[in-house]
Design a protein around this ligand. Structure first.
Ligand code: IVH
Length: 675
């Protein structure tokens, strides 16, 4: 094959897999295989620079820096939206539409989340992205093509036939919440500037003159409509437009719905609001559009707002309030976290009176003083945070925030270790009750020993009553002790004891996680369990052996070594094991005993003899990876009753499927006994 043909083939393949991954969220190949295709493309293009095209995936890494952004005038203005916040106002709007369209004409309404990001207009000519522009003032925006090219959810070339010769697609570029949190965690660790919110993150990233910087920012995009299209194509509705866009490779929101009447819309508004914290991106409301394009045309536009659409706004996720005081909370590992006490403020749908300030460096960076007016953000499932100080509102008697010398709970000295930012109480679990309580809460929590009913409040009461000081005390609790606590009846007491008893049978991964070793999260605990198979070899492992485990670097390895070097920890583990905690021991780690190395398994449906955790632990112990979704790369699916789409997908892709009985036989064949 000649170079040109191979280049075309590579580009087509990479476009295809890019679309599977970034738009459909359903990859067909592993990351390493994708990387290999990409590396081959880069190497060929480096040898033949004259063959590089503007729609080549290589252009996503970001081209040369710009001097500034060129102004772009929009062929059709980018309008803004009328807003409402009540159902009554929404019904008024619909009534106005009805008055213009005629009383007896049915009106379908298309609803979709209103993404809180940055609006962009993408021009495609002959199916190739030729221009991306910001909204600007609606008439004139800025040319951000070089930056937008780096966003993988934006198609550089459209795959299918029937694409208009020239068209403009509009949508919202945004930063997903998880990516935003990750970016800010990193910034706080490095002492660099954190982003105020994902919207600012997206806007700032798109404003970089160096596209290589944009390429490093985790941005994505939802398309929500068509600006204009040249001749030939005559869709009847917004819904039809969106389907076509999706077919051509654009990322569209799967939560979009159309309804015939207002009742459906109102239920949609409630449902989306209830799910707001789980969407994974910021929304500020819902956009409701008259679906039929002919009706949109009839309704027309007034003062830069279409009559055919309206934004229903949800409660804001940011608000300003006064910082009344800063207190210091001591966590499980002794980390001392400054917590803002606020004048209560309604934000993100709830009243907030506390927010985290993260650490002392963050306080310095934000320059927060007690008495300041601050902006508070509460979005997604993260705890409320102070994100900035409102300038010019500092009262005369404002006071700086000072880190105390001594732990507010146990009075031990507070030290700031080499890593700087984190201040810790030096008391340890033995002296510091705060650390003890937090450690116990972690031990009993859902992802750790999962003791249902033994919640934070109850544990605090038990510690205060002197009934529990160490996790093993939980397993010696008696009914009398529990029912003696306020608001604890006989029946609830028995339930708690049953849950405690139930938790004795666990997995090694959960047990390791429950110990609360610094920086050993759930994923690391699971890797450690899979690698070592049992606790004893983990406890004996040295720094080097630990660093051989996936995701374990020198710092985590050192934390683990230090943890098990402390005789108090070893004694506590012995007490727990004496209290009857057991887990299945997975296949030992000698060479050749990881027969499923390199395989990817998927579990779906209900398993009856094993819990998911146990099945997972066995599989990882045997060297397999356990994935959450089925793709061509899946080696084997284990399906129990109730298996749905994953099973179907396995069947379509021809991935082998076995039931639980066959799975147990297979495990037994590897010497794993399941009782
Ligand atoms: S439709 C006529 N749909 O909201 C305007 N806009 O005030 C048509 N936005 O900055 C806009 N999500 O970028 C539409 N699903 C969505 C949207 C959306 C966010 C933004 C848009 C614009 C603002 C409109």
């Amino acid at each position: 094959m000649n170079v040109e043909a191979r280049l075309a083939e590579l580009r087509a393949l990479i476009h295809h897999h890019n679309h599977r991954y970034h738009v459909l969220d359903d990859p067909e190949i592993a990351d390493v295989e994708y990387d290999a295709l990409f590396d081959e493309l880069l190497a060929l293009e480096a040898d033949h620079p004259e063959l590089v095209t503007s729609d080549s995936p290589s252009q996503r890494v970001g081209g040369a820096p710009l001097d500034g952004f060129r102004a772009v005038s929009h062929e059709r203005p980018m309008l803004s939206l009328e807003k409402c916040t009540t159902v009554e106002a929404l019904e008024e709007w619909l009534k106005r539409c009805r008055n213009r369209l005629g009383d007896d004409v049915p009106i379908a309404l298309a609803c979709e989340p209103k993404i809180d990001g940055v609006a962009v207009a993408l021009v495609y000519e002959d199916g190739v992205l030729t221009q991306a522009a910001t909204r600007g003032d609606g008439t004139t925006g800025e040319d951000i093509t070089a930056n937008v090219r780096t966003i993988k959810a934006v198609p550089l070339r459209l795959a299918a036939d029937g694409v208009p010769q020239r068209m403009e697609v509009r949508g919202e570029i945004y930063m997903p919440l998880a990516a935003f949190e990750r970016f800010n965690d990193q910034a706080r660790r490095n002492g660099t500037k954190a982003l105020i919110n994902p919207r600012n993150g997206a806007a700032g990233s798109l404003r970089q003159l160096d596209p290589k910087l944009t390429a490093q920012r985790p941005l994505t995009m939802f398309c929500y409509g068509l600006g204009w299209a040249d001749g030939g194509w005559a869709p009847a509705s917004h819904t039809e437009v969106m389907e076509a866009l999706r077919g051509w490779g654009f990322r569209t929101n799967a939560d979009a719905r159309a309804f015939e009447g207002i009742e459906g819309v109102e239920a949609y508004l409630d449902d989306l609001l209830a799910r707001r914290d789980t969407l994974g991106y910021d929304i500020d409301g819902v956009v409701i559009k008259v679906d039929a394009l002919a009706q949109q045309e009839t309704l027309g536009t007034v003062t830069r707002k279409p009559r055919w659409a309206i934004a229903f706004k949800y409660p804001a996720e940011e608000a300003t309030t006064r910082l009344l005081d800063v207190e210091f909370q001591v966590g499980r590992t002794g980390a001392v976290t400054p917590v803002a006490r606020l004048e209560p403020v309604f934000v993100g749908g709830v009243t907030v009176s506390n927010a985290t300030l993260h650490n002392m460096d963050e306080i310095t960076r934000l320059d927060v003083h007690i008495g300041d007016t601050v902006m508070v953000r509460r979005a997604g499932d993260v705890i409320p945070q102070v994100v900035k100080v409102v300038a010019g509102k500092r009262p005369r008697d404002a006071r700086p925030v000072v880190l105390p010398d001594r732990c507010p709970v146990c009075g031990s000295e507070i030290v700031r270790a080499g890593d700087g930012a984190v201040a810790r109480c030096s008391g340890g679990v033995l002296r510091c009750e705060a650390q003890r309580k937090e450690g116990l809460k972690h031990f009993a929590s859902r992802l750790a020993m999962d003791i249902e009913g033994l919640g934070d409040k109850l544990l605090e009461q038990l510690v205060d009553a002197g009934a529990v000081t160490d996790p093993s005390d939980i397993y010696r609790l008696e009914l009398d002790t529990l029912v003696a606590l306020p608001r604890m009846g006989q029946k609830s007491g028995e339930n708690v004891l049953a849950a405690i008893d139930h938790s004795r049978r666990t997995t090694l991964a959960r047990f390791i996680y429950a110990l609360g070793i610094r920086e050993v999260g759930e994923a690391t605990a699971s890797n450690l369990a899979g690698h070592f198979g049992d606790l004893a070899p983990l406890m004996r492992a040295d720094q080097e052996a630990l660093e051989a485990v996936d995701d374990v670097g020198p710092v985590v390895a050192r934390n683990i070594v230090d943890y098990f070097a402390d005789p108090l920890h070893v004694e506590m583990i012995e007490r727990l094991i004496q209290a009857g905690i057991v887990w299945d021991v997975a296949a030992p780690l000698e060479a050749g005993s990881r027969p499923l190395e390199g395989e990817t398994w998927v579990l779906t449906g209900t398993l009856e003899r094993l819990t998911r955790d146990q099945a997972k632990a066995h599989l990882t112990g045997l060297g397999a990876k356990v994935a959450g979704s089925v793709s061509k790369k899946t080696t084997q699916v284990v399906a129990g009753p109730g298996a749905g789409s994953k099973l179907e997908k396995a069947e379509t892709l021809g991935v082998p499927v076995m039931d639980e009985a066959a799975f147990l036989d297979r495990l037994e064949g590897y010497g794993v006994s399941v009782d």
